[in-house]
Design a protein around this ligand. Structure first.
Ligand code: DGY
Length: 318
């Protein structure tokens, strides 16, 4: 019997290609480029495909799903799936899987990396050294904020929020959190309302999933509640923060600094961010350790293979 056809939109690890090749006819594998397919390209590639392996950067909207008449399943190599129209999948009976759990600790590590880099001005001082400006030691050189003893506010207490809370406690921080629904992972953190969290925290870390409800979840009115000495860390999704408002607030000194791993319209970002020393910018790499990215790719592949074998999906969304 002919193997079902699978489109893989991006470079993945060889071990996963090998495992998938045993079960699928891989119809398209974008090894040459990290540039996402355009919508017409994706529609064309999916015309005959029954399975899709995609990433956070591929927009699989209702039009794409409607055009992909043979499609049976989508496996995204990410925990967040806001780039995929899950309702359209459900209506067509298309299965969808994601990669929760395997990236929790790595992503929490990175939230702390960004928090520490922002607090202690790591990127800014490294630029200073690299550019040959360092002429000698001084008491007031690159004085930053203490992390130990500070108040950490976590917006979104899911698995990753819980792992960040544990790290905060380890650093001797007072940990607050806010969550729309009842949280299961408190890890010593204290539940407060959204306004209290914004007003009381020295570091506000955003970990909420992106959805129409969390679009521009943080905008000028929220930033203005924060302490002028506070830092905002966004490892959630572009669009959770209204970047124009954040840039204006940083320029006006409404808050001290920001650490940003995600941006509205990424990989594009507001050029104004590049002009500011007090913003640490990274390219959506919170889950990027080799081990964890390997686990994400393998789990997505295992879900596809489970479906083709008629077995339950390991981590189904739908
Ligand atoms: C996710 O898994 O949703 C991340 O953003 C991808 O690294």
């Amino acid at each position: 019997m002919a193997k079902p056809s699978l489109v893989i939109t991006r470079r993945i690890y060889p071990e996963a290609i090998e495992a998938l090749s045993a079960h699928f006819n891989i119809a398209f594998e974008n090894q040459a480029s990290d540039t996402p397919l355009t919508k017409p390209e994706l529609i064309e590639k999916l015309a005959q495909a029954q399975y899709l392996f995609c990433t956070v950067a591929d927009k699989v909207d209702a039009d794409v799903i409607a055009a992909a008449t043979q499609l049976k399943m989508i496996a995204t190599g990410a925990v967040g799936y806001n780039n995929i129209d899950a309702a359209a999948c459900k209506a067509r009976g298309i299965r969808l899987s994601n990669t929760p759990d395997v990236l929790t600790e790595t992503t929490a590590d990175f939230a702390f990396a960004l928090l520490m880099a922002t607090a202690r001005r790591v990127s800014e001082s490294e630029r200073y050294v690299r550019s040959g400006q360092w002429k000698g030691w001084a008491f007031d050189q690159f004085t930053g904020m203490d992390v130990h003893g500070a108040t950490l506010g976590i917006m979104g207490m899911g698995r990753i929020g819980g792992a960040i809370a544990k790290r905060g406690a380890g650093f001797g921080m007072q940990v607050l959190y806010h969550n729309r629904s009842q949280a299961k992972q408190e890890n010593g953190a204290r539940l407060v309302d959204r306004e209290t969290l914004l007003k009381s925290s020295d570091f506000v870390v955003l970990v909420v999933p992106y959805s129409p409800e969390t679009h521009h979840f943080i905008q000028a009115k929220d930033i203005h509640l924060m302490k002028p000495t506070a830092c905002l860390i966004n490892i959630a999704r572009g669009g959770v923060v209204k970047d124009d408002d954040l840039l204006a607030a940083l320029r006006a000194g409404k808050i001290r600094a920001a650490g940003l791993d995600v941006f509205e319209g990424e990989p594009a970002l507001l050029p104004g961010f590049l002009e500011l020393e007090n913003v640490v910018l990274t390219p959506h790499i919170a889950s990027s350790s080799r081990a964890t990215r390997g686990r994400m790719v393998s789990l997505a592949a295992e879900n596809l293979i489970a479906h083709v074998q008629g077995l339950p999906l390991k981590t189904p969304v739908i």
